[in-house]
Design a protein around this ligand. Structure first.
Ligand SMILES: Nc1ncnc2c1ncn2[C@@H]1O[C@H](COP(=O)(O)OP(=O)(O)OP(=O)(O)O)[C@@H](O)[C@H]1O
Length: 853
């Protein structure tokens, strides 16, 4: 009959598998531990442990770093997840490093543990240990089997499909496979690895087992354990558990294995032997068998130096039981997880190990592989720190290629860095620490935990144990019935006739009675012995049950404790949840309120915006209206200015003509005088000069007259000048002290001289106004200024003076040094303000200024 296979996939990377979305986002750092191996007290050390996480490495005088003054030539501190000093024992190292990986393995998660370090630093010791004190590998197997031994599946229930996955066989098929296997082994007995392994597994009795049990094992699951053991030697993969002929040429027949990717894109060694083991010793037997075949050699630094990288993998297959009595393996719930324990070959400086020939080639390959591991970690770190996407060179070496999927999030990675604290090893140890520091900085995506597969039927936890109890009770009753022969009681029969009569043979009666009683006594002792043995059996069973009950009670108490803790945790979570809900509600209300306010403000803003737009339109309208007006006004002013300019030009032309006429007259007079008498000019001549000046000052040009008429067009009244001419108000400020007897004098026939204006009526009685001031100019010379203006009488009876002329007289001392004349700006308004504090109504305009020097 062909076996019926039920195929199932590993859930870790199943396409479309349901993962907890939060978990999928998390990453975990690579955990790096450091173990310092013990050395002789007398030996010089270069490592000092600071605390349980930090150590310091101090360069010794003779080290290469100090001699060549590299950057390593100074004391440096390195931090690890945990530092194990020289006193740390194997159990402590296991409990802190690999135990949690075994626990994860039971939960369906993968793990990878490297032992890394220089040659002779204690990697193999940490990984394997010895029979008295096992290392990480035997302890992992012990703890795993201690935890699942009750729930191991019948051998061959899980069968490897040779493509890195497993099939599930029915119990009948599994039994058939087992017997077939036995028969094959019997035929090939001399060549089976089991037999070899049996030889290889020495001193197993004296092995000290780790007795720890992990909690959290699903008692409703069946478990199967498989192991593989491969080595990577000179960058080729060899199967250490492969069946080999025992003859001397066996080593030459080792076949290299290839790495393949399974359907879940997980790397595996194709065709590597996968042994199913049912206890730790069997697994260790396989390990020791492989260990014997692993390449080791004697070097200067280690008597048994590993020349290859070894990978021992424990694969745990688990599947839930279904069916009414939990007797059928539910193939849909099958999970495969694995823990790989890697003992790397130690990096070494060939100059120190004095290796030659094959050893030198091996050392080169070992160093190359470790260099690739370093490169991969470096690129990974760079990608993570700087967000680059460089290709990680996993394929450059078999050891990195095989664990590629771990670095991509297939499982948890831990590394135990082993170091020799000897001062001589300083230069190599620093490099190891550098690598460890780099590896610490990378993080691996956490393998998403598969959600529990849906149960096809109502699932009652613990029913398997309940069934087990029922089976035990049935067995005991069956045994009881089988062991107790009830016929014995009924075979006693009745007493022989023992009535005494005259004819009775007393001797015969006594003999019969004696033999009957003897039979009864024998039966009774037989029954008593039976009862005793049953009592003992019962007592033993009772004790066993009592123990079991104690264990159960303890388990129940633990579970109760866990339940209580869970309940209180749940309560806390509930409270937190309520608080969060409350806070969310408050925040939601606040957000709603803020949103409402925001909407109101937005509305307000829109209204304001509308208003603004309307006002803007209004402003534009007014602007366009006034800009038209402004243009008109500008045109008008321009026209006026042009007209006035033309008049001004005309006026100047006229003045020029007058001046020419006057000069001609002067010229004539001078000629006449020359011809008549010669000598100084006469008084009449001076008078005519004065007249000439007076004419110039008093007779306004036609343009001036018109301009004045323009300016005064608003005034209703104007004093007639025909009756006696203009009357001047000669206002001299008190500061005028120097006499003004200059040759040219202003023509003021009628004048009233005042030093203070007193009342405005004084101004109202005059037609013209002159304000005389004296002051020193910027050159220190005396300067006299005459500010002249017209007096206008307003309709309200007031007066207004409009200043329209300034005369400046400068008196220069003949003895003074001639100074450069500084041009100045005349601001009549300022001067009038400062010199004459009496209020004069009206503006001041200065159209021209004349200077007489
Ligand atoms: N923690 C320790 N306690 C006691 N002995 C140790 C310890 N670590 C290492 N040793 C001893 O040091 C020696 C070298 O150790 P081991 O072979 O484990 O080094 P290794 O790193 O595996 O070297 P290689 O890389 O060359 O294989 C062994 O004799 C081992 O027993």
């Amino acid at each position: 009959m062909r076996p019926t296979y039920a195929r199932a996939r590993t859930p870790g990377r199943t396409p479309g598998a349901r993962f907890n979305s939060d978990e999928a986002l998390l990453r975990q750092p690579v955990e790096i531990y450091c173990r310092i191996r013990p050395i002789d007290e007398a030996e010089e050390r270069c490592i000092r442990v600071q605390d349980d996480k930090t150590l310091e490495i101090i360069p010794p005088g003779g080290s290469l770093a100090v001699r060549s003054q590299t950057q390593n030539a100074k004391a440096m501190q390195y931090t690890f997840t945990k530092v194990f000093d020289e006193t740390a024992d194997q159990k402590e190292v296991f409990d802190q490093t690999a135990k949690s990986l075994v626990s994860e393995l039971l939960k369906g998660r993968n793990g990878l543990l490297f032992a890394y370090g220089n040659t002779g630093s204690g990697k193999t010791h940490t990984m394997t240990g010895d029979n008295r004190d096992g290392g990480l590998l035997p302890r992992s197997l012990d703890v795993l089997f201690n935890s699942i031994s009750l729930y191991l599946a019948t051998p061959k229930t899980f069968k490897s499909d040779k493509m890195n996955s497993f099939d599930v066989l029915s119990p009948v098929d599994a039994m058939a496979e087992t017997s077939k296997d036995r028969m094959e082994k019997a035929q090939l007995q001399p060549r089976t690895p089991s037999r070899n392994r049996q030889d290889a597994y020495e001193c197993k009795e004296s092995r000290t087992e780790d007795l720890s049990i992990l909690s959290g094992v699903d008692s409703d699951c069946l478990y199967g354990v498989f192991v593989t053991y491969v080595e990577i030697y000179n960058n080729s993969v060899f199967d250490l558990l492969e069946n080999q002929p025992t003859d001397s040429r066996a080593k030459t027949h080792f076949q290299t294995k290839v790495l393949r990717e399974d359907s879940s894109r997980r790397m595996y060694v194709h065709n590597a032997t996968q042994l199913e083991v049912t206890n730790a010793n069997e697994a260790l037997e396989a390990f020791k068998y492989g260990q014997k075949r692993r390449r080791v050699a004697q070097t200067t630094l280690n008597a048994e130096s590993s020349r290859s990288h070894s990978v021992f993998t424990i694969r745990l297959v688990q599947a839930s039981l279904s069916g009414k009595d939990a007797e059928v393996v539910d193939k849909n719930t099958m999970t495969v997880s694995q823990l790989s324990l890697v003992d790397l070959a130690g990096c070494e400086r060939t100059s120190r190990t004095n290796t030659k020939g094959d050893r030198l080639k091996e050392a080169g390959n070992i160093n190359n592989t470790l260099m690739t591991l370093r490169n991969c970690i470096e690129v990974l770190r760079e990608n993570q720190l700087s967000g680059t996407n460089k290709i990680v060179p996993y394929r450059d070496s078999k050891i990195t290629h095989i664990f590629k999927s771990y670095f991509e999030g297939e499982g948890k990675i831990k590394m135990v860095v082993c170091v020799n604290p000897r001062a001589e090893d300083f230069d190599e140890t620093v490099l190891v620490f550098r690598f460890a520091e780099m590896a610490r900085e990378i993080s691996i995506p956490i393998e998403p935990k598969p959600l529990p597969p849906p149960r096809p039927e109502p699932y009652i936890p613990g029913r398997r144990r309940q069934n087990h109890f029922q089976e035990e009770i049935d067995r005991i009753s069956r045994e009881d019935r089988a062991n107790f022969d009830q016929n014995v009681i009924f075979s006693l029969g009745t007493f022989p006739p023992h009535e005494l009569s005259r004819n009775a043979d007393i001797q015969e009666i006594l003999t019969n009675l004696e033999s009957h009683l003897q039979h009864r006594i024998d039966t009774r002792s037989q029954l008593s012995a039976n009862i005793m043995s049953r009592r003992t059996a019962f007592r033993n069973r009772l004790v066993a049950l009592e123990n079991d009950s104690h264990k159960q009670n303890f388990e129940v108490d633990t579970l109760k404790g866990q339940l209580d803790a869970e309940i209180s945790k749940r309560r806390k979570v509930d409270t937190d949840y309520m608080n969060v809900r409350l806070s969310i509600d408050t925040k939601t209300r606040r957000i709603a309120e803020l949103e409402r306010r925001l909407a109101a403000k937005e509305q307000e803003l829109n209204d304001k915006d509308l208003q603004l737009r309307q006002s803007q339109m209004e402003v534009n309208r007014v602007k366009s209206k006034y800009s038209t007006k402004l243009l008109d006004e500008k045109e008008r002013i321009q026209r006026n200015a042009e007209r006035k300019n033309a008049e001004e030009t005309e006026n100047l032309k006229h003045q020029l003509q007058e001046s020419e006429r006057y000069l001609r007259k002067l010229g004539d007079m001078a000629l006449r005088k020359k011809f008549d008498k010669g000598g100084t000019p006469t008084v009449s001549q001076a008078a005519s000069d004065t007249d000439l000046q007076a004419f110039d000052l008093a007779t306004p040009t036609r343009a001036e007259r018109e301009s004045r008429r323009d300016r005064n067009e608003n005034f209703r009244q104007r004093r007639s000048k025909s009756a006696g001419g203009e009357k001047w108000l000669d206002h001299r400020s008190p500061g005028v002290s120097v006499p003004l007897g200059t040759v040219l004098q202003p023509l003021m026939r009628k004048r009233k001289s005042v030093t203070e204006l007193g009342s405005p009526q004084v101004v109202g009685k005059c037609d013209r106004y002159v304000l005389t001031t004296q002051d020193k100019d910027s050159g220190g010379e005396l300067e006299t200024r005459l500010y002249k203006g017209n007096v206008f009488h307003t309709s309200g009876g007031g007066s207004q003076v409009v200043l329209d002329d300034v005369e400046i007289l400068k008196q220069t001392s003949p003895t003074s040094v001639k100074k450069r004349r500084v041009p100045e700006t005349i601001l009549p308004g300022e001067i009038v303000d400062s010199k004459c504090k009496t209020g004069i109504v009206g503006g001041i305009s200065s159209k021209k200024s004349r200077r007489h020097l």
